[in-house]
Design a protein around this ligand. Structure first.
Ligand code: ATP
Ligand code: MG
Length: 351
């Protein structure tokens, strides 16, 4: 059987610093593709606030159909400068980013958190931080169920109904167990609030325990979300793989980013693990209009997102190579003030 050594990539650079950091990640990808004998084809897609201002389009069905033909998507950031009054707040994020996540069934939101040597944690005793949060991506309170009753009256009521399906939880939990088996510690922690959110909590616990029986090699653990935030601060080294719902995962992954030295290093995968649609990899940070155009944005998070993309497509060797280059660069240049391009060049040199 011949191995497929090609990648048909879609690139959405977006707004603000998106194009700046994506350009460096593409340089790194092209370089590692050469080294690893991978045929990489990239197609740019013009989407975001700038594109909306120019055309009035956010994301058309036609563009989604084209995006769906690619193996994976590298995504920078979309979103207008909040100082510009011409783009309605949240329009771009909702109609592009959330639209893609739901349309392409990105049910896994994967967020590795590692304290790299050279990165500075605000914790006085961070220990060895190296865990992965597997956050549910398409359900929970983010599913868009709810509404307003008696809107505009003094008796107004707003609801967001948290939707949790056995189907959705099982595919999430299975992904997390599979991931845990591939890691050294082989430990999986379920985080929820089963004592108060009892309906969803029981469904999560039951499915978690059922699937756990098939993975005797994985050590399992459970924490309430409130206790988990304490341990993230006092003892983050206790975690290996975490599985949690959409809302808790959203909050926890921001805390995870903060304790590992922040926004410059945090990458994220929006993953359709069943492979029916392309998965999408991005830095956790946004379009950062305050520093856009200055060539000073840190491209490391986007480079690490590109490494996740390579791993997802089965190019483990290339992914590990990029990660080692990032680690080597950080260790050699701790806290250095460098331009976006200098960081890209240093990572390429380390490759
Ligand atoms: P969003 O709502 O799109 O997540 P945001 O406004 O909440 O965006 P970011 O755009 O991520 O947040 O920016 C937050 C802060 O972090 C800004 O001050 C920005 O300059 C800084 N920042 C974000 N990304 C980077 C980066 N790659 N390098 C350096 N600084 C960054
Ligand atoms: Mg923003």
């Amino acid at each position: 059987m011949t191995e497929n050594r090609s990648i048909n990539l879609a690139v959405i650079a977006g707004d603000g610093i998106g194009p700046e950091v994506v350009a460096q990640a593409e340089r790194v990808l092209n370089h590692v593709a050469d080294l690893e004998n991978i045929t990489l084809t990239s197609t740019p897609y013009s989407l975001g606030a700038e594109h909306w201002l120019a055309t009035g389009e956010t994301l058309t069905q036609e563009t989604k159909d084209q995006l769906a033909t690619h193996d994976a998507i590298l995504f920078g950031a979309v979103g207008a400068d909040p100082r510009s009054a011409t783009v309605p707040s949240g329009l771009i994020e909702r109609e592009i980013l959330l639209n893609l996540r739901f349309s392409f069934d990105h049910y896994i939101n994967l967020r590795p958190s590692k304290l790299f040597p050279g990165a500075v944690s605000p914790l006085s005793n961070p220990g060895d931080i190296d865990f992965v949060v597997v956050r549910e991506g398409t359900e929970g309170p983010y599913a868009g169920n709810g509404g307003l009753l008696r809107a505009g009256t003094p008796a107004e009521i707003a609801t967001e109904v948290s939707l949790n399906t056995a189907y959705g939880i099982e595919r999430l939990v299975r992904y997390a167990f599979e991931l845990a088996t591939c890691r050294e510690k082989k430990k999986l922690t379920l985080i929820h609030k089963t004592n108060v959110l009892v309906n969803a909590g029981q469904l999560y616990s039951r499915i978690f325990n059922e699937v756990a029986a098939e993975y005797p090699q994985v050590t399992t653990d459970y924490l309430h979300i409130d206790a988990a935030t304490i341990f993230f601060t006092t003892e983050p080294s206790r975690f290996d793989v975490i599985v949690t719902d959409n809302l808790f995962g959203d909050i926890l992954t921001d805390q995870a980013g903060a304790i590992t030295g922040g926004i410059g290093y945090a990458a994220c995968g929006n993953i359709n693990a069943s492979g029916t649609f392309p998965s999408m990899f991005e830095p956790v940070h946004g379009s950062a209009p305050d520093i856009a155009g200055q060539g000073i944005a840190n491209p490391t998070a986007t480079v690490l997102a590109a490494a996740m993309l390579l791993r997802h497509l089965g190019f483990e060797g290339a992914a590990a190579r990029v990660e080692r280059a990032v680690e080597a660069d950080l260790a050699a240049n701790p806290g250095a003030q460098r331009s976006t391009e200098e960081v890209g060049s240093a990572i390429i040199a380390a490759l």
